[in-house]
Design a protein around this ligand. Structure first.
Ligand SMILES: [Zn+2]
Length: 279
């Protein structure tokens, strides 16, 4: 959320009021809608760039271009370039003033998605209609309503955008550490006092991260993925709160990082990938 929010704010400042001159799809697999066409954006004036959950949207005329960057997608603004771009390029918007907004994907998996929608239909599109509430400012009861049912492990529930929108793997780790909560805790068994703690921790972590992302984005478009974290990506280093060595559990595409002293009462979770490697 924080990096995407700062990116959307930065793009909004630069692009709003400028006309889209042309639009090009370089990777047909990225564009998930056919009608309206991406080229229909040509001639429309950008009114607003917004973020909701992990989606970034550009409203122009009666249309919205809504993008989900997934893990490897990058949205960058540069001076216009000529010639055919490299393989990473997914789609381009040439914008008035010699600007180029390019969606790239730094992976051959092609998971980034773009949709061109009628603006009046955007809110009802399943991508947006099924999203949970935004996390910043969400009251403890809102967290409980989103996470407690159906029951799940806390780290899984936090990353589920249908429960609460926009928290990725990194900030899930950071929020659980800040709240001193066990990643494997079951969300239906959390004590009442846990919810205000979670709400406060999420506010603190995400607000601070947003401020840092805003400072960077003001001078550094496109978005660079540098983050200042307390626990995410710091496996094996001392906990900043208590000095205990941080532990992790590796999943196929996700690494859970936590402090066994501050969060799990000393319990160290089995790391299956690690056990497999040791056999
Ligand atoms: Zn600790």
């Amino acid at each position: 959320m924080p990096e995407l929010q700062a990116l959307a704010e930065g793009l909004d400042r630069v692009l709003s009021g400028r006309r889209v001159e042309s639009a090009t799809v370089w990777q047909p697999a990225t564009l998930k809608s056919t009608d309206p066409a991406l080229s229909d954006l040509a001639g429309e004036k950008v009114e607003r760039v917004w973020r909701r959950g992990k989606l970034v949207g550009i409203d122009a005329g009666d249309l919205s271009l809504v993008m989900h960057l997934m893990q490897a997608g990058r949205l960058g603004l540069t001076r216009r370039k000529t010639g055919r771009p490299g393989k990473a390029a997914c789609l381009d918007l040439n914008v008035e003033g010699g600007l180029l907004l390019r969606l790239r994907e730094l992976s051959t998996e092609r998971r980034a998605k773009a949709h061109v929608l009628e603006r009046t239909a955007t809110a009802e599109h399943p991508m947006l209609a099924t999203l949970g509430p935004e996390p910043v400012g969400l009251v403890p009861g809102g967290w409980q309503a989103g996470l407690a049912s159906p029951a799940a492990r806390l780290h899984t529930a936090l990353r589920d955008g249908h429960r609460v929108a926009g928290i990725g793997r990194c900030y899930a780790n950071e929020i659980m550490w800040a709240a001193q909560m066990a990643p494997y805790a079951r969300t239906d068994r959390l004590p009442e006092e846990a919810w205000p703690r979670l709400a406060a921790a999420a506010d603190a972590v995400l607000t601070q991260a947003l401020e840092r992302a805003r400072e960077r984005i003001s001078t550094d478009l496109p978005n660079k993925e540098r983050r200042v974290t307390a626990v995410h990506g710091h496996y094996g280093e001392p906990c900043l709160r208590c000095g205990t060595t941080l532990a992790r559990v590796s999943f196929v595409d996700y690494e859970l990082a936590y402090c066994p002293s501050c969060q799990t009462d000393g319990k160290v979770y089995a790391d299956r990938r690690m056990s497999r490697l040791l056999k």
